[in-house]
Design a protein around this ligand. Structure first.
Ligand code: ADP
Ligand code: ASP
Ligand code: MG
Length: 413
């Protein structure tokens, strides 16, 4: 008998019919002799609806109250799913984050899980219950409700699987696995049988929202076998297994293409170059808690610096205002920004042993007339910033240039 944690995302529980289909799937797994713990998200659209209500009432709602509000979406689903199981004759018990003591720090809206108390749940499982847990939410030491950030139910599921030492954590969603890129952008994208934790972590942090970043971090750290599957198919198939690199003999040079539309770029140019200039430029932006992602600095022949960096698009207006003031103080020639840019990234552990990936990437983009605005690389990824209008063309061009629609780029590690 295996212990399996299954997570069902918003679209998978988006209607009464979908909740009943989830109940049927759980029953089928239970009939195969498995103990099941289920983590669910709010029904699709509910979290956004709650955030909309808050913003209608108050432009800057308190983070604590926001968590009290948005955590209610998941509470609805756990009750409905438990009722659906009861109606089909299966014992089930629902739990909120507070009830299972999903202890987190007190960073409202982006809390981190610190501990989970599983003793009650072990007893319920032994008595034959299906456990239904509200994803995305926790409780801090003082009893305040917290939430884990958008997409956080993935992390709840992995944390539950780690705490219960489950045999597998299965993330059920509206696609049947992790693809070479978002199949909504490139219909020729191919499902991957496997992907390493390291690559999945890069894909997630570079914009692939199929798994929340922290869930992948957690799974890697606690060695939780993690699988992405479809809840929409009668027979779910094998999905994608997130695995450790040691198990791999053969690897693709490029495993996937991620993209991020939440980017904006700012440039300050003609700043007299001297030690400390970078810290002077970024000082007010970082003090305002704005996260800076890519940075390019360049010193011209006239001895002045041009400095470009990217921030989250939500922070664009504030960052531009702050940089304009900095520009006046530093005597810069010009400050400008662009909030219609995107970042496209190639990810693959095979890149470590293969040169020439960057030049193939740049040549493929150039052939389509796509101008590269910024570049950044690490051991297993290359990212470029391009104008937003080139997102689809850029992703599809690279997908085909690296033969991702078939197994074209396999190499021995
Ligand atoms: P859920 O509500 O189940 O958590 P999400 O919307 O968070 O589902 O994640 C699933 C979506 O992730 C898919 O519908 C797909 O559009 C998107 N996605 C982005 N990148 C990828 C990728 N590389 N592979 C598969 N899906 C991806
Ligand atoms: N309901 C939350 C969200 O929409 C958490 C989740 O779905 O994972 O972000
Ligand atoms: Mg999700």
């Amino acid at each position: 008998m295996a212990l399996i944690v299954q997570k069902y995302g918003g679209t998978s529980v988006g209607s009464v019919e979908r909740i009943q289909a989830v109940a049927d799937r759980i029953i089928k797994n239970r009939e195969n002799g498995h103990q099941i713990v289920v983590v669910v998200s709010a029904m699709s659209g509910e979290t956004n609806k709650l955030i909309g209500l808050a913003n209608e009432i108050n432009e800057r709602p308190a983070a604590r109250e926001m968590d009290v509000l948005v955590s209610t979406g998941e509470q609805v689903t756990i009750a409905l799913l438990s009722m659906a199981l009861h109606a089909k004759g299966i014992p089930a018990k629902s739990y909120t984050g507070t009830q299972i003591k999903m202890l987190t720090d007190n960073a409202h809206g982006k809390a981190r899980i610190m501990d989970i108390q599983c003793s009650n749940m072990q007893k319920d499982l032994e008595e034959g219950n299906v456990i239904v847990v509200a994803g995305f939410q926790g409780v801090d030491e003082c009893g305040n409700i917290t939430t884990l950030g958008r997409g956080g139910s993935d992390t709840t599921a992995v944390a539950m699987a780690a705490a219960l030492k489950a045999d597998e954590c299965q993330i059920y969603t509206d696609v049947d696995g992790v693809y070479t890129t978002d199949p909504r952008i490139e219909p020729k994208a191919r499902r991957l049988e496997r992907i390493t934790f390291e690559e999945m972590l890069e894909m997630a942090s570079l914009g692939s929202k199929v798994l929340q970043i922290r869930s992948v971090e957690f799974a890697g750290k606690y060695n939780v076998p993690l699988r992405v599957l479809s809840s929409f198919e009668e027979s779910e198939g094998a999905g994608t297994l997130i695995t450790t690199e040691e198990n791999e003999m053969e690897q693709a040079v490029i495993s996937g293409i991620a993209f991020n539309k939440d980017e904006a770029q700012l440039t300050i140019s003609g700043v007299p170059d001297k030690p400390g200039v970078a810290s002077d430029i970024l000082g007010s932006v970082t003090e305002a808690n704005i996260e800076v992602d890519m940075i390019v600095q360049n010193v011209g022949e006239d001895g002045t610096t041009d400095f470009t960096f990217t921030v989250h698009r939500n922070d664009y207006d504030t960052a531009l205002e702050l940089l304009t003031r900095t520009g006046e103080t530093l005597g810069a020639k010009n400050v400008r920004g662009d909030n219609s840019i995107v970042k496209i990234s190639l990810v693959g552990v095979g890149m470590r042993s293969h040169a020439g990936i960057a030049s193939t990437m740049f040549a493929a983009l150039a052939k389509e007339g796509i101008n590269i605005l910024m570049i950044s690389t690490s051991e297993i990824k290359i990212s470029v910033v391009v104008a937003e209008k080139y997102l689809e063309l850029g992703v599809r061009t690279l997908h085909s240039a690296f033969g991702l629609e078939n197994d074209g780029n396999l190499v021995n590690l």
